[in-house]
Design a protein around this ligand. Structure first.
Ligand code: GLN
Length: 313
């Protein structure tokens, strides 16, 4: 059967690139002014397998800001430090059913962010990271991203500045959470560090390698380092399944059946446990803030490789 034959990843990603490159649906994010400068044509695909192979096509040299993709890896750091029970108790594991930066969602629950992948929960996650001071908090977060990506990642300073100049809404969310005792550190510091982590640039290769750590039980197939306790990996993937695509998460799970995460920079990663991760970059977003071509590409590859988690294997 198809499932037993090693898939031709190289052919599949080239087919998907060809099939979707002329789909011009969606809109490049512009609520962060610096993001509006990215070309809607940019399109890159990388698959990273658990046995350490890389397959890629398109604009794979083009880096893009992680934005919300960073939330997954800082959540993993918080889980590694505090364990999954504290993550569940303090950050939650439910859908909000509302946009990723909803203040209403925080208000409705009297401060519970519902999950670590919406903005409120992600900023609370940053405040939960165990650190001596601001510098140490940032270093721990960046070092963690570097270890997952097997790279020395850097902050995109123009994006960071642009986002800092326009992040009043996130500051308000953090203060609203603080008013309900759902914040665990200084709000200004946490919002700034959150904004900094969102501004870290990656390529699809780096992002796919980060996803491959999750596909490989928390151990990097590239460096051999165990970056997340193997026991916690299902919890991280569950959070992605619940909220990785925000209010688009349910429809995504229904059609594709894989845990995934998007960012408003146009990046997206999906994880097939035990097999591979796929990262796609294409800036135009749908109304929930998820890359249109990335969703199409991942759906195509997932179907061709029979990767839906809910299929009996
Ligand atoms: N940095 C962005 C924000 O806080 C991230 C949002 C996203 O990628 N969905 O709005």
């Amino acid at each position: 059967t198809l499932a037993q034959t090693a898939p031709d990843y190289d052919a599949l990603i080239k087919q998907a690139h060809q099939k979707y490159k002329n789909n011009n649906d969606g809109k490049v994010a512009d609520y962060i002014p610096a993001l509006a400068t990215y070309s809607p044509q940019n399109f890159a695909i990388t698959i990273a397998t658990v046995d350490g192979k890389i397959y890629q096509t398109g604009d794979v040299k083009k880096a893009f800001p992680m934005e919300s993709l960073s939330k997954v890896f800082t959540m993993a750091l918080a889980m590694e430090q505090h364990g999954p029970k504290e993550v569940l108790d303090k950050l939650g594991a439910n859908a909000t059913g509302l946009p990723f930066n909803s203040g209403l969602a925080v208000e409705l629950t009297k401060g519970a962010p519902e999950n670590p992948l919406v903005n409120a929960g992600a900023m609370s996650t940053v405040s939960l990271v165990e650190a001596k001071d601001k510098t140490d908090r940032w270093n721990k977060i960046l070092n963690n991203l570097n270890a997952w990506a097997d790279a020395s990642l850097t902050v995109n300073e123009p994006v960071f500045k642009s986002e800092m100049d326009t992040n009043q809404h996130n500051q308000a969310l953090a203060q609203l959470m603080e008013s309900y005792n759902s914040f665990y550190g200084d709000t200004r510091e946490a919002v700034e560090i959150y904004t900094r982590q969102c501004s870290v640039d990656v390529t699809t290769e780096q992002l796919a390698k980060m996803g491959a750590v999750l596909a490989n039980n928390g151990k990097s197939p590239y460096t051999g380092k165990q970056l997340l306790n193997e026991k916690y990996v299902p919890q991280v993937l569950a959070e992605m399944a619940i909220a990785g695509l925000y209010d688009g998460s349910g429809k995504w799970l229904y059609t594709v059946g894989l845990p995934a995460k998007s960012g408003v920079g146009g990046g997206m990663v999906a994880v097939v446990p035990g097999k591979y991760a796929i990262a796609v970059y294409s800036p135009p977003l749908d109304s929930a803030g998820n890359s249109v071509r990335a969703q199409q590409t991942i759906e195509y590859v997932a179907q061709a490789t029979q990767s839906n988690l809910f299929l009996a294997k």
